[in-house]
Design a protein around this ligand. Structure first.
Ligand SMILES: CC(C)(COP(=O)(O)OP(=O)(O)OC[C@H]1O[C@@H](n2cnc3c(N)ncnc32)[C@H](O)[C@@H]1OP(=O)(O)O)[C@@H](O)C(=O)NCCC(=O)NCCS
Length: 229
């Protein structure tokens, strides 16, 4: 069995280029069946705005794209903690990318179903953390789906669900992987991906602080207001 503490063998991280676009869209159709997949135009726009923040992992033998992690830079203080994905990504265009932002926002992370459970999400997350370190950013923030929540949403409040996942009393297909990759949960939010029925419309705001560059107190994420509080 592969050693899970080492990067998976046979895969390499690359920056996204146009040759990857079609495969990325096909993976999105599989992992997000209720969402419109990225078009070539969307991906070309992300690439032109922030090429160093768009990562793919490639299966070396087949040369297939196995997964991707897309990021942009934001001043999170310009947003609400519970803003949805459309707002944080400027309707998926990434045109709100702000090169002077202190927060690397993880807009998307996905792995082709046949390549899941090989440590590729971790490999992609580590690539984004290297970017945070290189650019001396304060933190990385994302919205984690919680696709196990829909099945229990009538019985458990979202915060209690997250607490149980943290305590490993429950396993969530996405949030558990993020927690094992060193993210901390800031808050449950509603409506991040409104069509995400598996997550009952809920998500967890997650963050990772760059310990080499700790943010000053006024950047404490818990001080960012919610629009629905
Ligand atoms: C969430 C997602 C990105 C995880 O991708 P992944 O590549 O399977 O993630 P990893 O392999 O790094 O980690 C997943 C699990 O596999 C385990 N794993 C890692 N290497 C492994 C190996 N060699 N053998 C077996 N299992 C392994 C990890 O320990 C982890 O388990 P854990 O959650 O108990 O820690 C993927 O499920 C996905 O694309 N989901 C659909 C899209 C989505 O919802 N994205 C998230 C948006 S917020």
């Amino acid at each position: 069995m592969e050693n899970r503490n080492h990067p998976p063998e046979g895969y390499s991280i690359q920056l996204m280029s146009s040759e990857h676009f079609a495969e990325i869209s096909r993976i999105c159709e599989m992992v997000y069946p209720t969402e419109r997949p990225y078009s070539d135009e969307d991906l070309a726009a992300h690439h032109s705005l922030f090429p160093e923040g768009q990562f793919v992992v490639v299966h070396e033998e087949s040369k297939e794209v196995a997964g991707a992690h897309f990021t942009l830079l934001l001043h999170l203080s310009h947003f609400h903690l519970d803003d949805d994905w459309e707002t944080l990504t400027a309707q998926g265009t990434f045109s709100d990318h702000d090169p002077s932002g202190h927060t690397l926002y993880g807009a998307d992370l996905f792995v082709h179903p046949k390549h899941q459970h090989h440590g590729l999400a971790k490999m992609l997350t580590n690539a984004t953390r290297d970017l945070v370190a290189r650019q001396k950013l304060w933190r990385m923030v994302g919205g984690s789906r919680m696709p196990g929540y829909g099945k229990v949403s009538k019985e458990i409040a979202p915060d209690d669900y997250i607490a149980k996942v943290k305590k490993t009393e429950l396993v969530d297909p996405v949030l558990t992987a993020h927690l094992h990759d060193g993210w901390e949960v800031v808050s449950a939010i509603r409506g991040y991906l409104p069509h995400d029925e598996e997550s009952a419309g809920w998500a967890a705001v997650i963050q990772w602080i760059n310990q080499e560059c700790t943010p000053p107190p006024e950047f404490d994420i818990s001080r960012i207001p919610k629009k629905n509080s």
